[in-house]
Ligand binder design. Structure first.
Ligand SMILES: [Cu+2]
Length: 142
């Protein structure tokens, strides 16, 4: 009897996570040889309750962080966000010039046509693995 109820709870939580936060169109720019940093972008859709993005894990780089761009006078600089609020039913766009996943200390260059993965860690939804398409920067600009 105990075993049956444990299985039910487990299935329920899997459904809850799968339904609430989804990641679409994840991509990153190919990096030139020797580059040590890269950035990844995607669209985050939240159809559930408010949540918080609290971490990023990736094996392609030594360190992965959520960054945004902020204006300081005429200068634009990047800022590390240790936490990012995701509103209930809210969408968050990670795009060039705004929010991005910063990959620091790349172990290998990001080559156009390849894919890599990282994991987003949410306070409530838990860990979500994201597959990223690496695209040619020149093609993407056109
Ligand atoms: Cu950055």
């Amino acid at each position: 009897m105990k075993i049956v109820s444990a299985v039910c709870l487990c299935l329920m939580s899997v459904f809850a996570v799968a339904a609430e936060i989804s990641i679409e169109n994840a991509w990153a720019r190919a990096t030139p040889p020797g580059a040590r940093t890269g950035a990844a972008y995607f669209a985050l859709r939240n159809t559930g309750e408010a949540d918080r993005l609290v971490g990023v894990k990736s094996t392609v780089a030594e360190k992965s962080e959520v960054h945004t761009h902020i204006a300081e006078g005429s200068m634009i600089r990047m800022q590390h966000l240790p936490q990012l609020e995701v509103a209930a039913g809210g969408d968050v766009e990670f795009a060039p010039g705004g929010l991005h996943i910063m990959l620091m200390g790349l172990h290998v260059p990001l080559r156009a046509g390849d894919k890599f993965t990282f994991t987003l860690v949410f306070e409530k939804a838990g860990e979500i693995e994201v597959t990223v398409d690496i695209v040619d920067a020149r093609k993407e600009a056109s």
